[in-house]
Design a binder for this molecule. Structure first.
Ligand code: GLC
Ligand code: GLC
Length: 814
């Protein structure tokens, strides 16, 4: 069953009932200011860092999960009936409800007793604020007298501290109210130079800033006493729990509609200009007042919303496809690209499943994310690459994560995840192929943020590979370190103490356990580095890395081969993992998918055999599980993977991030039907019809779908922030549809289902718009190209003559 529908023309998903199985969210903001926004008005906001600059509160482990947010209450002053157009938090029955999640905005609308209220939430480009634009309409035949109450609950900036340190925090809260604007200024008196503000476009009947005054003792957000009474308390918070609430009172004639704008913003002052007058404790509002004035004006709000739409037109316009499959079209043209921008912005920090107080930006995660967004925001991709490289260690190793606010490597988690360095090479190669901007390789970049340690980015890439070459194990395969892509394969951990972190505990010296997966990854990264070196005239390096790739390819095909499929790893005792010799965990997806993707064993049949084994042992109707059989008990020598009950997460869950490696592998082997079949099994839109099973948003990927060993096979978890977004986008756009940037042109090499008669696409590549028509003439995948009317050899469209902005590509496949 479904809980809504796609409105592709509007680029929206329309949720038609508020009681979705789990909160179905959207993100507002796309630069520095961000908010999570659920379909029932829940969620929180932050500036740049979800932990260190949290504006509003999120409560973890709450029931219902989605409680607290950006609520507007409507009160009928005649009857005293009050309700929430977003259904939460009052949960009053609504005559009509919808939530339209769109590109960087959501519109939540509810109707009760002839009154309709719809609020459009968004963050204007280049601003550090969010707008709630409420339209209230009287659909009765008689006039109404109504009150509107807004509400936000301020977080005391450091979200972790906010959730733990009550002995201090309940005494630090401070606000100011001036010209009917609520200012939240906790800790502004001391070391902070930033504050939040909450304004409303209308004259106020009252306001509240102290939570207890607004809600009343022993009451929650579902029953605020101020709303019940129809009267704000005009409270000024001092200590306890600062909130922001405006009370607006209106009368509406029959059919009359009014708009009210609420704006929640973040603002910084220079340290020496914090107070006005200087020496006082009053916030200097000189630079914030013009911003407030601007967005109290509805014309400016409308202009900002139009600009946001244009921004998304541009981003999404880079790649548009019309294929015979509506799900693929919708994902490529709208939602998957949109999700890729969310993972770029948010990494893995803040979602319904990530509290925002935990992880920073992952080194491997962010490099892989590049595959999904580099074509939309190349200059921001460049900045991201340089930030990542600046956290690299001089050994070539990497901090596993860094903090977005400080851009420094995270010491708590450290490094030694031995796959990490390779992803930098893969990310940079993707950037170079997209942009042709080789100047980035000469950029001086520090190691470990240490001034004076600058070396050209190219040298960072060299060291990434050297790090791996310096760490080969007994079979000549890469040593795994703390873990490889699979964070839960902790072969040197041997953890026997409750609560120990599998990410940081190491009990073994790590000289034995090897990863076949990193071997396959290294074949790809060495080949990419070789290709890149030859592009910049470094012939010796090119030859050297080509040789590294060749040798590792050989090692993977010998030491890494189990007879029918690729081994996953060798443990600390030198025993195979992912082999028929094992009792459980006999076959893993990662080494099969990545080897085929990297072209290993294509010529000698090993890749085909490995993918056949995937089909036989790992494929389910809901996607491909990570390994089989699932671990039925804890294996101290394997670590976290065996901590999960069978069917969840890395222990035989469908980890949607690695399914595209098999998809691309099938493409490499020329099997478009299999590739697209796997693509469709986990495609969120294609799963919309089983929303009651899948349970999460049908417009974005989730990290995991419960595997066949779980009682709830097919149930998704951890939506939004996952490498799944970039990898599936990359798999469908560059491999199945086959439109692939290369150093010397745009490759057109579709490997699509045999039943497809063809498709059309538009791709903007290095400033040129390519209009591509693909027509099937036979069952195969060979490509014949006609460029602007002229037939050419091969499948690579060379760059057009200078000044040419549009190219017509006709491809016949068969
Ligand atoms: C999570 C991590 C990612 C890791 C994966 C598999 O998605 O963010 O870095 O590769 O889990 O363990
Ligand atoms: C846990 C998860 C894994 C994730 C890791 C990140 O180990 O199982 O998916 O990558 O945490 O910290």
């Amino acid at each position: 069953m479904k809980y809504g529908y796609f409105d592709d023309k509007a680029r929206e998903y329309v949720i038609t009932r508020p009681d979705t199985p789990l909160p179905w969210i959207n993100y507002i903001g796309c630069q520095g200011y961000f908010g999570i926004l659920s379909a029932t008005g829940g969620g929180y906001s932050y500036y740049r860092d979800a932990r260190l600059r949290r504006l509003t509160r999120g409560r973890y482990n709450n029931v219902p999960a989605d409680f607290g947010g950006r609520y507007v209450y409507v009160r009928d002053n005649e009857s005293g009936d009050y309700w929430s157009p977003s259904w939460m938090p009052t949960q009053s029955d609504l005559d009509d409800y919808s939530c339209r999640h769109g590109m960087g905005y959501s519109v939540i609308s509810g109707k009760r007793g002839g009154i309709r209220a719809a609020t459009r939430y968004f963050v204007p480009l280049d601003e550090t604020l969010e707008i709630w634009q409420t339209t209230i309409t009287n659909e009765r035949l008689t006039p109404v007298d109504i009150s509107l109450f807004s509400s936000v609950e301020f977080c005391l900036w450091e979200a972790n501290d906010d959730a733990t340190n009550y002995q201090r925090n309940l005494s630090t809260g401070q606000v100011e109210v001036e010209d009917e604007v609520i200012y939240h200024k906790t800790e502004y008196r001391e070391r902070r130079n930033h504050f939040a503000w909450f304004a409303c476009s209308e004259p106020l009947a009252g306001f509240d800033t102290q939570r207890e005054s607004f809600l009343g003792p022993w009451r929650g957000w579902n029953k605020p006493v101020a709303v019940e009474d129809g009267k704000s308390r005009n409270s000024i918070a001092h200590g306890w729990s600062p909130i922001g609430s405006h009370h607006v009172r209106l009368t509406l004639a029959p059919g009359e509609s009014r708009q009210i704008v609420y704006v929640l913003g973040y603002h910084e002052n220079p340290n020496e200009q914090k107070f006005d007058p200087p020496g006082s404790q009053t916030i200097n509002k000189a630079t914030v007042k013009p911003v407030i004035a601007k967005y109290r004006d509805i014309d400016n709000v409308e202009a900002a919303f139009a600009a946001l739409g244009k921004h998304w037109d541009e981003l999404l316009g880079v790649y548009q496809v019309a294929s015979p499959d509506e799900h693929a079209n919708r994902m490529v043209n709208i939602w998957n690209a949109y999700q890729c921008m969310a993972t770029f912005n948010m990494s893995r920090s803040a979602s319904s499943f990530e509290t925002g107080i935990g992880r920073g930006l992952g080194f491997r995660d962010s490099n892989q994310d590049l595959l999904g967004f580099v074509h939309m925001v190349p200059s921001r991709a460049r900045e991201r690459i340089l930030d990542l490289a600046a956290t690299q260690l001089s050994s070539g190793g990497a901090y596993h994560q860094y903090q977005p606010l400080t851009k420094k490597g995270n010491n708590d988690i450290g490094g030694d995840f031995n796959d990490d360095p390779h992803w930098l090479i893969i990310g940079v190669a993707a950037y170079l192929k997209e942009t042709g901007d080789f100047s980035i390789l000469d950029e001086p970049v520090v190691f470990d943020n240490q001034p004076g340690s600058e070396a050209p980015l190219y040298e960072h890439l060299r060291r990434s590979l050297q790090y791996a070459l310096d760490r080969l194990g007994p079979h000549g395969l890469p040593l795994i370190g703390r873990a490889d892509w699979n964070d839960c394969l902790n072969l040197n951990c041997f953890s026997d103490t409750p609560g120990q972190s599998f990410q940081t505990t190491t009990s073994k010296d790590g000289k034995v356990a090897e990863s076949v997966f990193i071997g396959a990854l290294m074949v790809l990264s060495a080949r990419e580095l070789s290709a890149l070196a030859s592009q910049v005239g470094k012939a010796d390096d090119a030859a050297f890395y080509a040789d590294v790739a060749r040798k590792m390819d050989e090692t993977v095909r010998t030491a890494g081969w189990d007879g029918e499929w690729f081994v996953r790893a060798y443990d600390d005792f030198g025993r195979k993992i992912g082999s028929k010799e094992n009792e459980e965990g006999k076959i893993y997806i990662e080494s099969q998918g990545f080897a085929a993707l990297a072209g290993i064993g294509v010529d000698d049949g090993k890749a085909r055999s490995a993918l056949d084994a995937v089909r036989k042992h790992l494929a389910t109707p809901h996607g491909i599980v990570l390994q089989q059989p699932a671990y039925s008990r804890y294996y101290i020598e394997y670590g976290e993977i065996s901590t999960y009950p069978p069917g969840y997460k890395e222990n035989a869950g469908i980890f949607c991030h690695n399914n595209p490696w098999v998809i691309i592998g099938e493409v490499v082997l020329g099997n478009g039907d299999a590739a697209f079949d796997y693509y469709s099994r986990i495609c969120p839109s294609a799963r919309e019809a089983i929303s009651d099973v899948h349970r999460l948003e049908p417009y974005v990927y989730a990290q995991m779908i419960a595997g066949r060993d779980a009682p709830t096979h097919g149930e998704a978890k951890n939506s939004w922030l996952t490498g799944t977004a970039a990898w599936n986008y990359y798999a469908i756009t560059q491999w199945i549809l086959g439109i692939r940037p290369e150093y010397t042109g745009l490759r057109i090499a579709p490997v699509v289902p045999e039943r497809w008669p063809g498709f059309t696409a538009r791709r903007v590549f290095r400033g040129v718009a390519y209009d591509i028509t693909v027509t099937r003439a036979g069952a195969g995948n060979t490509v014949a190209l006609v460029i602007d009317g002229k037939a050419i050899d091969g499948d690579l469209v060379p760059p057009p003559a200078k000044g040419v902005a549009a190219v017509k590509v006709e491809a016949v496949i068969g």
